[in-house]
Ligand binder design. Structure first.
Ligand SMILES: [Zn+2]
Length: 357
């Protein structure tokens, strides 16, 4: 099997590598590959690979873990990815749990990538940081990348063309908020199909959104692979509640895709649909004490936070500029002027906002 896969591998842009098989071959019995073609793997098996996403400036490979669960029966391919931002960990545990699905119960293929941003994960940094934060580019803004390009473009291009795009009929990219902040369980969707996918996963809030260029979600959707971004709480932790909710939601999606038997189960809580977002920022620097909980419904004028100075003296009160639901909070009380305190999502009836303001 390993030999077969290596024979299929396509090697990098460098001419020297083009003729030679991957010299390492495997790492602790897991094959190192330059391309994954899930359709060529035998049905009814679970396969693990180290995908080579280019080389570091030390001439050593950047390795990305891949698990392919090939169902015993034919069906669609669902790609689930995590850790494109290196401090966002909950999705990794969701994928580790999905990888234990018994192939005999599965129709189709799960292509699982528990950690896309190897340098970011090493340093617990949101950005792609192979060079100790010199440039701090965002791997989730440079898709589809460019094989043979420099640095992050080559890394993204290899992921896109040799692993992600070619193995997906639908996709879910798992995230959390960044350091110092937290989300509810929250999904972005940009089309009717991706909205339906998000509803099946049953987050607290869905945000209809036109999407940002270069994100995995939007580039896949644009390329004909419906994809959602699913945010799972806070960074740098494994949160068992979030992990279990995401696992249950993804199973619902797989049932709708006829990858798993069984009826779609309604999952609590009821999802709040939004198409607009307001960022509430600290008007002055200081220590913020929030008055609202994550996920809370707020009315316009409700107190959001009190900001105190280094001596604990109140320097500002902040109120909600509009009604809606709190989808993000600052968990780190230290706030610079203009830093985010909370975000409030809401529904706008403006026709221009039908698919996201
Ligand atoms: Zn993220």
């Amino acid at each position: 099997m390993i030999r077969h896969l290596l024979a299929l591998a396509i090697f990098g842009a460098a001419p020297a590598a083009a003729a030679a098989p991957s010299a390492a071959g495997s790492l602790d019995t897991v094959a190192i590959v330059d391309t994954v073609d899930a359709d060529t793997l035998p049905a009814g098996t679970v396969q693990r690979f180290w995908f080579r996403a280019g080389d570091s400036q030390l001439g050593q490979p950047w390795l990305v873990p891949v698990i392919v669960v090939r169902g015993a029966k034919p069906g669609p391919r669902l790609l689930v990815t995590a850790g494109i931002h290196g401090d966002e960990l909950n999705g990794i545990a969701v994928i580790h749990e999905l990888a234990r699905l018994e192939p005999a119960t599965l129709a189709g293929t799960l292509v699982l990538v528990p950690g896309l941003n190897t340098p970011g994960l090493l340093q617990s940094e949101r950005e792609w940081t192979p060079d100790n934060s010199r440039a701090q580019p965002n791997l989730n803004r440079v898709m589809p990348g460019e094989v043979g390009g420099r640095g992050i473009d080559d890394y993204a291009g290899r992921l896109w063309s040799r692993l992600l795009r070619r193995n997906a009929d639908a996709a879910v990219d798992l995230h959390t908020q960044s350091r110092g902040t937290a989300y509810v369980m929250y999904a972005f969707a940009s089309t009717p199909r991706t909205r339906r996918m998000a509803e099946l996963v049953a987050p607290d809030i869905i945000k209809l959104d036109r999407g940002e260029k270069g994100t995995l979600e939007n580039e896949l959707t644009r390329a004909g692979v419906p994809a959602i971004t699913l945010e799972l709480g806070r960074p740098e932790v494994f949160d068992d509640t979030m992990i279990a909710r995401a696992g249950a939601g993804l199973r619902n999606l797989m049932r709708e895709m006829r990858m798993l038997d069984g009826a779609i189960t309604p999952l609590p809580p009821e999802t709040f649909l939004s198409n607009d977002i307001t960022v509430v920022r600290a008007p002055v620097a200081g220590f913020a004490r929030l008055s609202v909980m994550l996920g809370a419904a707020v009315a316009q004028g409700d107190r959001i936070a009190v900001i105190v100075d280094a001596f604990g003296r109140e320097v500002a009160q902040v109120t909600a500029p509009r009604a809606g639901r709190v989808n993000t909070i600052a968990t780190d009380p230290r706030r610079g002027r203009g830093d985010m305190l909370v975000r409030i999502v809401s529904w706008s009836d403006d026709p221009k906002c039908a698919a996201g303001c």
